[in-house]
Design a protein around this ligand. Sequence first.
Ligand SMILES: Nc1nc2c(ncn2[C@@H]2O[C@H](COP(=O)(O)OP(=O)(O)O)[C@@H](O)[C@H]2O)c(=O)[nH]1
Ligand SMILES: [Mg+2]
Length: 352
Amino acid sequence: MKVGIIGYSRSGKTTIFNSLTGAHAAVGTFGSRDSNVAVLKVPDARVDRLAEIWKPKKKTYAEFQFVDIAPNEAAGEDKALDSAALTALKNVDALVHVVRAFSNEDIMHPLGSVDPLRDAKGLEEELQLCDLIIIERRIERMEKENRKDNEYQVLLQCRAQIESGKSLRSLDLSVQDKRDIAGYGFLSQKPLLLLGNYGEDRIGADDPSGLESHAKETGLTVIAFCGAMEMEVAQLPEADRAAFREDLGLGEESRTRFLQTAYDMLGLMSFLTAGEPEVRAWTIAKNTKAVDAAAVIHSDIARGFIRAEIVNYDHFIAAGSMAKAKEAGHVRLEGKEYIMQDGDIVLFRFNV
Ligand SMILES: Nc1nc2c(ncn2[C@@H]2O[C@H](COP(=O)(O)OP(=O)(O)O)[C@@H](O)[C@H]2O)c(=O)[nH]1
Ligand SMILES: [Mg+2]
């Protein structure tokens, strides 16, 4: 999973990036001009438990990679994205828009005032405009070449959607349609999470910025963060974090909250592999077939797929051992078409 963190200058992108990944990238009143990349390992108690049992050489969690986008000043301060940012974003699976909701007179907002709703709408328009430029250029070329295939028809639909002020995300497209335009990496088609970056005073307040009602209307997901405090806590030694969270009145661990929201929004789940070399969690979309899950590990495993031996984590733990789980009939042999379930422990049999 690759996630792009976007937003206006000094909205707290790098602060959020640090608080999610534990990185120490420079934040500042004048903002950093570097893009940052770091990985968040998805905490998973199931991986820990299986590792206790298998005692593997290696224990690997699922990962989210974050790209913290820093727009170039030359793009104009009132824009959140420039051409370098657009290139960096083309390959991400989802976007997190950090919306500034904290007030601090020493930290200038590029648009002159703190207004979360304006920012949420403004950046959405930027995404749409980027897509529209690509779409129009492409349509023009195709018309010159007299191409009237499905891709062309879908692009016409996309253009109409954006011209009516809506994002491609909410356009109802078939699987084939989506495939035909997948190569463009349209930004307004990517899942978008609005992250309200609130000040310390927000804790406990009720949707003070209107972001939550805006998200409801537009079908987006929103999450509230207190970036500055979260970053402070994330950079403490792990043993001290819980006590600090309590002192500061911060709720649940921000990463946990973020990950739950992201998994829900993106329709993700995890399956597990366990053995002496490695115990590992893998992230896939819900409703993924066994053969496609195999491909996430290695294309050879999917190509030479024979069958999958599967026991669900809960059954395995309840049984106490693999032998007992087998006795109880919880270890099943499944074929390519089997729909993977969250927490499935899988052994793929394959032959290439
Ligand atoms: N008070 C307060 N300040 C914040 C918060 N988040 C970020 N800042 C400050 O805003 C400035 C810009 O933050 P930064 O993360 O560099 O923003 P970026 O330009 O979007 O990457 C820094 O001085 C941060 O300390 C917050 O939640 N509360
Ligand atoms: Mg930054």
